[in-house]
Write a protein that binds this ligand. Structure first.
Ligand SMILES: O=C(O)[C@H](O)CO
Length: 361
């Protein structure tokens, strides 16, 4: 599956125009000898075309690519392929840990992930080795916020159940309480972990006549909160007062399974729980209990643990749980922007320049 950037592969991967292809080939063929001295990069996925174009047209690196977007690179292959590389461009399915960094060896200077989340990276190990890390915040904020709103409305207004009923004969006469859900108007929306994405979600929800935004985080974030007029509350207050609770925090050792029975037991039985951050912030057994027993009204999840969630998982048996396959940032524009940003971060890192978006280790 892996390959060095060849003519056929380039055409297939990037659906680029013939002139663009010629340019890439020209670069490759005119400088075969020069190329062998260029820094080596391994790209762990067939990333969207914009990023590959950035790498290719830079003329500053030679890169090898795992030539698939449907199957992630097997660990064994990855450990082999990273040997001796100068930089790695990865996605969130690859664990970048001590084993991998040892396999890569001392040449590795830059890891650039095409994601805003970095829980798949062992930051301590990267720091210890002086490896710089790029990531892709901001470019996905709009897309994630849009999807979060879509998931929230789908869940609270029971759209999946409704289309199922319409299609399968459950649609009888118009009924007064059939498929009733919960509305945003006059509601309190809680945000767990207020960052750019939380703000963008609130900005989109405000026109639905939300009464109040509340949030909690490790500390108040007055600048961000003032944009959406959100009040800082304790974790318990957030649980008790939210009609809609949107989880927007990063997965860290501190937030691992922070959404557990302690949280669900304090929530209203009319509340809607939405998670578009990481599956690991939720204790899924506790969530199942809360949903199955009516402790909370419904949940919308774009992320689970593991991913993919096995189709036999109990959460799939619940009508009041909407599960999406981690698509919050999945718009063509955003995925291309993430790809280009990851490539540019990598190139800048290799040149010893500040990256556009670099994690402070
Ligand atoms: O971390 C990320 O970037 C998202 O989860 C996927 O876009």
């Amino acid at each position: 599956m892996a390959m060095w950037c060849s003519r056929t592969a380039l055409r297939r991967l990037q659906q680029i125009s013939v002139s663009q292809l010629k340019m890439a080939e020209g670069l490759a063929s005119t400088s075969q000898r020069e190329m062998s001295t260029l820094p080596r990069v391994y790209v762990t996925r067939q990333i969207p075309p914009e990023g590959l174009k950035v790498l290719r047209e830079s003329g500053k690196v030679q890169f090898e690519l795992w030539d698939s977007d449907d199957i992630s690179v097997p660990r064994k292959e990855l450990l082999q392929k990273v040997r001796g590389v100068d930089a790695l461009l990865c996605v969130l399915t690859e664990k970048i840990d001590a084993e991998l960094l040892d396999a890569a060896g001392p040449n590795l200077k830059v890891v650039s992930t095409m994601s805003v989340g970095f829980d798949h990276l062992s930051l301590d190990e990267l720091k210890k080795r002086g490896i710089r890390v790029g990531y892709t915040p901001e470019v996905l904020t709009d897309s994630v916020a849009e999807l979060t709103v879509a998931l929230l409305l789908t869940t609270s207004r029971r759209l999946i159940e409704a289309t199922h009923e319409a299609k399968t004969g459950g649609w009888g006469t118009w009924r007064t309480l059939w498929l009733c859900g919960y509305e945003l108007a006059n509601s309190t929306v809680g945000i767990l972990g207020l960052g750019r994405i939380g703000v963008a979600i609130a900005e989109r929800l405000a026109p639905f006549k939300v009464k109040k935004f509340i949030y909690t985080d490790v500390a108040p974030r007055p600048e961000l909160a003032s944009v959406i007029n959100a009040e800082y509350v304790s974790f318990d207050q957030l649980a008790k007062e939210s009609d809609f609770l949107a989880v927007c925090c990063a997965l860290t050792p501190e937030t691992k399974e922070i959404c557990n029975k302690n949280l669900f037991s304090k929530m209203k039985n009319t509340s809607i729980f939405i998670n578009t951050s990481r599956g690991g912030v939720v204790n899924q057994e506790d969530l199942y209990e809360a949903l199955a027993t009516g402790q909370i009204a419904a949940a919308g999840l774009d992320v689970t643990l593991p991913e993919p969630l096995p189709t036999t998982h109990p959460l799939f048996t619940l009508k009041n749980c909407v599960i999406l396959p981690h698509i919050a940032s999945a718009s063509y524009t955003t995925r291309n922007a993430m790809s280009a940003l990851a490539a540019n971060n990598l190139l800048l890192g290799l040149q010893g320049k500040p990256m556009i978006k670099e994690l402070k280790l």
